[in-house]
Design a protein around this ligand. Structure first.
Ligand code: ADP
Ligand code: MG
Length: 390
């Protein structure tokens, strides 16, 4: 297959580039994918459910152990010089820029007591950065699996995902939930990952688009609005406050049947947040039931309803994502929604394969007409999770 040949070529180039940089061969090559979440957004930090797939776009790490405790890092996407750090000296706040993510993964492993030494790492990625497709998780997870392999740590997928999340929360300073890292590590090809963010129990749900004549389009709006980080923290705090007022450990514990009664007791500003989280968890359950019944097209209306909830109740969409969703649906997509944290990033659109050209053209024209940057549209399939590739 042409795709496989291209991947093998990419691996060979990555190994060659490592050798150029460090003057020695890598011991191996590890990869971790970006992700799109089909449904279940802003639910992970409420102990709820999500349904991501891994993207075919991946971050590759070529790596070799060192006899000392130095950590050397280079990424094609960051450019510049090789960054050199000391593993025992890694501390939150001590590393700037992109290196926070790989250094954070190493810091989290060392902090958990795993016996690791130094390493030389070369990173190269096809996951677009800052597009809501979780290039940050792909980078942390690729480094975590590389160290797991190099130092024979024998960690499980959920253990690796937790450590990668700790890197992002505690070292990179981004208060994300667990979904991105679980998706990057634990997804399998051809399946969506039904994730319980509380227990980290997971189930692989068959996700076969071709059998239904469908294509999943990822529309990268190429905008990321600044309010993202502060707004995310405020939304999280609002959800935690609502759960406390309701006397629940987390909003996941509010059953859909009890929603209306609960909403009557809450301050007005918390009502839309709670309504989003509870209805969104229910949409995940419904989506999983449709997929298990072989009814993939039934996902469409759930996606569009999920977007309306994120736009109207949770307030995390933006003009670009709203326009991509409405245009895709008007053009014949069965359903569409923003994916990821919001305030820009990407939209997914479940599209009959025969209408891909039409939907793509309609979105391009609508963006041009609105004066927005041209979006990038890709068809994707459910790829595999992180692991050693060579
Ligand atoms: P997303 O995870 O949605 O792509 P983030 O803002 O969370 O967006 O993460 C993007 C950041 O992650 C980049 O600005 C960069 O610092 C870092 N990053 C991700 N992938 C790479 C890479 N391949 N090389 C260097 N830095 C990367
Ligand atoms: Mg990220």
């Amino acid at each position: 297959m042409a795709g496989e040949r291209a991947e093998r070529q990419r691996y060979a180039q990555t190994r060659a580039r490592f050798e150029e940089l460090y003057g020695t061969r890598p011991e191996g090559l590890w990869s971790a994918p970006g992700r799109v979440n089909l449904i279940g957004e802003h639910t992970d930090y409420n102990d709820g459910f999500a349904l991501p797939i891994a993207l075919p776009q991946t971050t590759l790490v070529a790596a070799r152990r060192r006899g000392d405790d130095r950590l050397r890092l280079f990424s094609d996407q960051a450019g510049g010089e090789v960054t050199e750090l000391s593993v025992p000296a890694l501390a939150p706040g001590g590393v700037d820029g992109w290196a926070r993510y790989p250094a954070g993964a190493v810091w989290a492993l060392a902090g958990a007591g795993h016996r690791i030494g130094g390493a030389d790492l070369y990173v190269t990625s096809t996951v677009p950065t800052g597009a809501g497709l979780s290039s940050s998780a792909a980078l942390e997870c690729a480094v975590a699996v590389a160290f797991d392999g190099l130092y024979e740590l024998g960690l499980t997928g959920p253990e690796l995902a937790r450590l990668a999340q700790r890197a992002e929360n505690g070292f990179a300073g981004v208060p994300c939930g667990i979904m991105d890292q679980m998706a990057s590590v634990c997804c399998t090809a051809g399946a969506a990952l039904h994730l319980d963010s509380r227990s980290l129990a997971l189930q692989q749900v068959p996700f076969d688009l071709a059998a239904h004549g469908l294509t999943l389009l990822v529309i990268d709006t190429r905008v990321q609005h600044d309010l993202g980080d502060g707004a995310y923290a405020a939304l999280r705090a609002g959800c935690e406050r609502a759960a406390a007022l309701l006397g629940l450990p987390a909003l996941r514990d509010l059953a859909p049947g009890d929603l209306d009664d609960a909403l009557r007791t809450l301050p007005a500003e918390l009502v839309p947040l709670v309504r989003h989280v509870v209805t969104e968890n229910a949409r995940v359950t419904e989506a999983v039931a449709h997929l298990r019944a072989g009814d993939t097209p039934a996902l469409g209306p759930l996606l569009t309803a999920g977007h309306a909830s994120l736009r109207d109740d949770y307030g995390v969409s933006c003009p670009e994502t709203d326009l991509a969703v409405s245009t895709a649906v008007a053009g014949g997509a069965l359903g569409a929604r923003m994916t990821g944290g919001g305030f820009g990033g990407s939209v997914i659109a479940l599209t009959p394969t025969g209408l891909v050209g039409e939907v793509t053209g309609a979105v391009d024209r609508a963006f041009a007409h609105a004066g927005f940057r041209a979006p990038v549209v890709r068809g994707v399939e459910a790829g595999r999770g992180a692991g050693r590739v060579v």
